[in-house]
Design a protein around this ligand. Structure first.
Ligand code: RB5
Length: 145
């Protein structure tokens, strides 16, 4: 089970990503928004990310217009490593090297085909650990200070 959320600018892409998840048999909980009415992306980012750090979900997908604002908000929540991805390479390596737990995308940046591939890569790539664990731990140390 993964968590998913968006603002109004990410709503249409989120609907397409959810259809893709349905096709793949991946279960998800949609934390809104539920239509294209303007709303504030930090609110859904915080709601979803708090559930991820509580352990209710291993991964989350967050979508706004660019993917940037919602990733900035997500990364303010202790325990979150959110990455904005618009291509397959960064989707793969943010899992391999950064152990990213939140995938952010821009509904005004990429289309449903690319987004769906990115989602598949992100959800199916394991963290490599090793030297990357030390670096991820150093990142997480920053929020303890
Ligand atoms: C909303 O207009 C837009 O600013 C938002 O979706 C996002 O792109 C912010 O980073």
């Amino acid at each position: 089970m993964i968590a998913i959320g968006s603002d109004h600018a990410g709503y249409d892409l989120k609907v397409e990503v959810m259809a893709h998840l349905d096709e793949k048999g991946v279960k998800y909980h949609d934390f809104g928004c539920y239509d294209g009415e303007p709303n504030d992306y930090p609110v859904v980012a915080r709601d979803v990310c708090e559930k991820v750090v509580k352990g209710e979900f291993k991964f989350a997908i967050l979508i706004c217009g660019t993917g940037i604002g919602i990733s900035m908000a997500a990364n303010k929540v202790n325990g979150i490593r959110a990455a904005v991805c618009s291509d397959y390479f960064t989707a793969k390596y943010t899992r391999l090297h950064n152990d990213a737990n939140v995938l952010c995308m821009g509904g005004r940046v990429i289309g449903a085909g690319v987004a769906s591939e990115i989602v598949d890569i992100f959800l199916n790539t394991e963290f490599e650990g090793g030297r990357h664990q030390r670096r991820v731990s150093l990142i997480m140390d920053i929020e303890k200070e």
